[in-house]
Design a protein around this ligand. Sequence first.
Ligand code: GLC
Ligand code: CA
Length: 537
Amino acid sequence: MTFYQIWVRSFKDGNGDGIGDLYGVYEKLDYIKSLGIDGIWLCPVYPSPNADYGYDISDYKNIHPDFGDLAQFRKVLDRVHELGMKLIMDLVVNHTSDEHPWFLESRKGKDNPYSDYYIWRDKPNNWDSLFEGKAWEYDEVRGQYYLHIFSKKQPDLNMDNPKVREEVKSIMRFWLDMGVDGFREDVINFISKKEGLPDGLPFIPAVNGMFAYKDGPHIHEYLAEFREVCNEYDCIQIGEGPMTTVKTALMYMTGKTKSLDMMFSFDHMMADCLYTEYIQRPFSLRKLKRAFSKWQYALNGRAWNTLYLENHDHPRIINRYGSVYFRRESGTMLAAAYIFQQGTVFIYQGQEIGMTNIRLRDIDDYMDISSKTNFSKYHINDPLDERMKRIYKSSRDSSRTPMQWSGLRYAGFSTARPWFKVNPNYHEVNVAAEENDPDSILNFYRKCVWLKKHCKTLVYGSYREFYPKSHRIYMYERVYNDSRWLIICSFSRLPAEVKLPPEYEGRARRLVLCNYRGSDPYDMHLRPYEARVYKFR
Ligand code: GLC
Ligand code: CA
């Protein structure tokens, strides 16, 4: 199965106000289908003050007026199903918006029905938030501090309160009754906090609370409750698991509760950074391969991987693991590098046309809260352009610029000035141009998705990596019964010679897919960022 992820605000504006919406999504469903997509993950479309662009929800059972209304949502959902695709929603229940009615009530005092919906304390512990200063904010009205792992406008829900869990289940039912096919569950491994909220290790700033709010003591009980709801509807649950390890992920995906069907892990997103993109390191292919293979080997036969390189939380992958100078070559190579592994593929809007990072001049031009606070964390004495360069490399905003549909004004995203800057490279990088070019990144993605769908070996086959120590080449096989595929990807901007593993040498082969024309299947000299997908006999 292959999913397409939509961050609605920047996907397509259907009513001419400069903001992407569900009218635009509806218009583009045929395009999504044309990629060979089986399912859509819709980022949050609920009413939200947008402190964290939809991840701060003020009403879980409605649609943000910017995006349309429930009737338009139903229209989208019906059409998705007509086209034979599935639709999953974003379920964000670690926190709400501080403008959610529950929070407005909760802050009023200690003795109303919502008092215990959030995590209130007289004294804060030492935790930092991931987005904005300390993890505790004093509330004048209530006279206590509330916990917020993310921004101040995202107070954490108290999942230990059974009433809160009932609310979550009621939200799930609301959307499942309407016909959605499942959920992507936001930071789901954070929802059960350790009793007493002990101090974290003081010398790891920003994530010092992590061990108390990750994989908490009741997490599996709570998820089992949610699972029961899903079982009534036969739907899928995919959990986002920041900092999740193979071991903890397997606890969610296997065993008695089997509370999650799949998880989004992050190891492979750290081949050029430490935990978060704002602490940068040079890209290391060996790190990337180690992360890929670790998950491939560990989950094989036990659980199922998610495969992704981009989403709304990360800068564009070509800037990170490829090269903007070899945009087409590295964009296509990266597709082959991840799509043919074992797992369910996710493609993020714009990734399929090789969109790249936007470079904005001023920090005030950035919209994303974490980019702004990251900027303020860089040392004030570092030169300004150095700090801006790091933001350019790390900002989540690069994946949130308007989708580039054509070379027309505003990239065909809208008829009005879009809510956020369009990447000026839209004249070359856009869907219309790539549709017409048989060698485009877009058409390469289509071929990859098609192959993955039609070849059992690429779905179920075992995975084995060769030459893990190579700094230039990522090579892996997929084997199923007698069928053998070998995927060879060069991460080098220079030509590279490849040696086949001994068991493959001299064997008859078919070069099924390649991102260059005219490559001789028997000549193992690879051009910059060349990717080859072989079927062996
Ligand atoms: C997840 C979302 C991210 C959001 C955060 C807080 O990581 O993907 O966009 O900011 O959770 O909800
Ligand atoms: Ca609009």
